[in-house]
Design a protein around this ligand. Structure first.
Ligand code: NAD
Ligand code: ATP
Length: 295
């Protein structure tokens, strides 16, 4: 079978010396299979006498057929947002903490990649969120989020107050520490810590999860892909909006935060043996066996 991937980009967690050895070893493994290997410029900057071309993420987006990200969830979030418009499938090798988005390990990556390069893979299309801050009908901040868009009180100790509308219909007003609008991918991140539901990543949905709401009856809600979530901030001290916690913006009084599904999706590639439920079981420490007699 013809290999559908000719040029493979390797992108490592920036400034992490631990990734250099596995990354170069993976580069050699791929070169020996007659594949063109390229590295991203930030990763390449820390490697001496590099035998592979160093490309910007934009060049990788245009030239690579596949990108292997060696790092943690934080690195994958960043690279996925940067490459989403180029439709390059992404494979994650975990060198970080939890590794919800980076399911291969350094130990298993050779065997698993060899199988995937022979066509034994599945692709998941993952939803992203697009957010805009509107001030007097003018957009003053615009960002993409793979996990979540979070309205938060920042460092101030006081609660924030805001009003939520969905598709122009009033939903509720709330006083709380914040509100998380999570994609299915982000449903296992901050939203989960705040009591939100775990959404299967194949779903095209968003979860709205309040952070410490003052009205205890206020619960997380799940809305459809066509929902345009409009949050009007009533009173602000230091209120901020965060996209994946990587980018943020200081909100002013009466600013509106608009969140909607981004039309393009991130393509995550997994081995055919990948199981979302096994991953949840392992990462979240769920029990794998039923014990008899309550033992
Ligand atoms: N109290 C919290 O749980 C809390 C607070 C702030 C931000 N966050 C999350 O951190 C994310 C940014 O991640 P980071 O790694 O760049 O920051 P980070 O380095 O601060 O790590 C946050 C933790 O969240 C994990 N994580 C990230 N994305 C995940 C996902 N989709 N599913 C399960 N776990 C995930 C990471 O592995 C890491 O252990 C934000 O999008 C937000 O969801 C969580
Ligand atoms: N090659 C790269 N190009 C661009 N940004 C990068 C690159 N490598 C890492 N980053 C950014 O550096 C940061 C690394 O994230 P983080 O500190 O959370 O580490 P991580 O190990 O990837 O993830 P985690 O801590 O969640 O396991 C993120 O902001 C990520 O987007």
């Amino acid at each position: 079978m013809a290999i559908p991937f000719k040029t493979i980009a390797l992108i490592g967690k920036h400034k992490n010396p631990d990734i250099t050895t596995p990354l170069l070893s993976l580069a050699q493994f791929l070169s020996e299979r007659d594949l063109n290997v390229v590295l991203d410029v930030l990763t390449a900057a820390h490697i001496e006498d590099l035998a592979y071309p160093a490309l910007t993420l934009e060049q990788i987006g245009k030239q690579a057929d596949l990108a292997v990200v060696i790092g943690g969830d934080g690195t994958m979030l960043n690279i996925a947002r940067a490459l989403v418009s180029y439709n390059v499938p992404l494979i994650g090798v975990n060198q970080g903490r939890l590794g919800f988005l980076t399911d291969l390990t350094v130990e298993t990556m050779y065997d698993t990649l060899a199988m995937m390069l022979e066509g034994q893979y599945v692709v998941e299309n993952r939803t992203l969120l697009a957010t805009e801050v509107m001030r007097n009908e003018e957009c003053v901040y615009k960002e993409l989020a793979f996990n979540d868009v979070v309205l938060h009180r920042g460092v101030s100790s006081g609660m924030i107050e805001f009003e939520v509308r969905i598709n122009d219909e009033y939903v509720y007003s709330l006083r709380s520490d914040g509100l998380i609008v999570a994609s299915p991918t982000g449903s296992t991140a901050y939203a989960l810590s705040a009591g939100g539901p775990i959404l299967h990543p194949g779903l095209d949905l968003m979860a709205l999860v309040p952070v410490c709401p003052h009205t205890l009856s206020n619960r997380p809600i799940v809305v459809g892909a066509d929902a345009v979530v409009d949050i009007k901030v009533h009173y602000t001290t230091e209120t901020k909006i965060y996209a994946d916690s990587h980018s943020w913006f200081d909100l002013g009084e009466h600013d509106r935060v608009v969140v909607r599904r981004y039309p393009e999706t991130v393509r995550l590639m997994h081995s055919i043996h990948y199981s979302h439920y096994r991953m949840l079981r392992e990462k979240l420490g769920w029990s794998g066996i039923l014990q008899k007699n309550g033992g």
